[in-house]
Design a protein around this ligand. Structure first.
Ligand code: NDP
Length: 275
């Protein structure tokens, strides 16, 4: 029987993870199968249990279950424990190991693929949901001059600031609070682009931006955030395809102990609209 993996979420049919992991498996000669698993909104735990019973070896976890995956884990890596969110589950005997590879994926995409160092930069992170939670520690570990978190609901950003203050220089506010500040890297970790919306941002925050990065990806057109950033002076634009592949590579390593090459898979995803 093939080792079985899946991405679990709701919705999940649009996910590119099966294509990415199949490419990794082919490239590294791993015998495994990777599918999608749609869980009912109130049925995450049962769906995971059922998958384990069927011999499932590991899961990627996507919206909206990262917090539930954290709670379900019987063991946590340090980065998942601090993020309080899990995007990678590994099943070994009775143990459910939880990890979070989102942040490592984002940082690797910015530094290794886009060739933009984070150290000493002023970074603005928009959003305070599961994705933001997962990337704060890895960003702070790169020692930016400042990490500002801005969220529509300000108290969620303030909670994150309080939680992560031991790990680096971090401030919190709403979207307008930082309107007079200059940022080198501006990362959109809100889900606004998913609904074709734009967070209510002051245009001039992009004037000095070396990079505007949207975690959301859209191969047909620039996301509303990237379009706005381009119009208002951001020098380089990137969507979340690179992060998606890099976080997947990190999960693949957690499960298989093999590091796949990411660049050909990023290129493959960028070259086709239908995967
Ligand atoms: P959550 O639902 O946990 O959080 C959503 C966040 O977006 C909240 O901060 C919310 O603010 C904010 N938000 C939603 N709509 C708007 C809006 N119209 N204007 C301003 N803010 C808004 O989602 P996730 O954190 O899990 O995901 C966020 C995004 O990151 C998604 O687009 C997802 O696809 C992407 N992602 C990409 C990955 C990749 O590998 N490329 C990996 C993980 C996520 P409030 O608190 O006020 O509600």
């Amino acid at each position: 029987m093939l080792d079985l993996y899946a991405v679990i979420g709701n919705p999940v049919s649009h996910s590119k993870s099966p294509a990415i992991h199949s490419a990794f498996a082919l490239q590294t000669n791993q015998t495994m199968e990777y599918t999608t698993l749609l869980a009912p909104i109130d049925g995450f735990k049962a769906a995971v249990e059922n998958f384990r019973q069927q011999g499932g070896r590991g899961l990627n976890v996507t919206v909206p279950f990262k917090l539930e995956a954290y709670q379900l884990s019987t063991r946590l890596t340090e980065r998942a424990r601090i993020a309080q969110a899990v995007n990678t589950l590994k099943f070994e005997g009775n143990e459910i190991s939880g990890d979070n590879t989102d942040g490592a994926g984002l940082v690797r995409d910015i530094e290794s693929n886009l060739l933009i160092p984070i150290a000493a930069k002023r970074v603005l992170l928009l959003g305070a949901g599961g994705a933001a939670r997962g990337v704060i520690l890895p960003l702070l570990q790169k020692e930016p001059a400042l990490l500002a978190i801005a969220n529509r609901t300000i108290n969620k950003a303030e909670i994150l600031q309080e939680q992560f203050i031991p790990y680096g220089k971090i401030v919190a506010g709403d979207f307008r609070q930082f309107s007079e500040e200059k940022f080198d890297i501006i990362i959109n970790a809100t889900s606004a682009s998913l609904h074709n919306e734009l967070p209510d941002l002051p245009p001039h925050i992009f004037t000095h931006a070396e990079l505007a990065y949207d975690m959301m990806y859209n191969q047909e057109a620039l996301t509303p955030f990237l379009k706005f950033a381009q119009q208002h002076g951001a020098r380089q634009l990137a969507d979340g395809i690179g992060m998606l592949v890099e976080q997947a590579a990190e999960s693949f390593f957690v499960w298989r102990n093999v590091k796949p090459l990411t660049k050909p898979v990023i290129a493959m995803l960028k070259s086709t609209n239908k995967i």
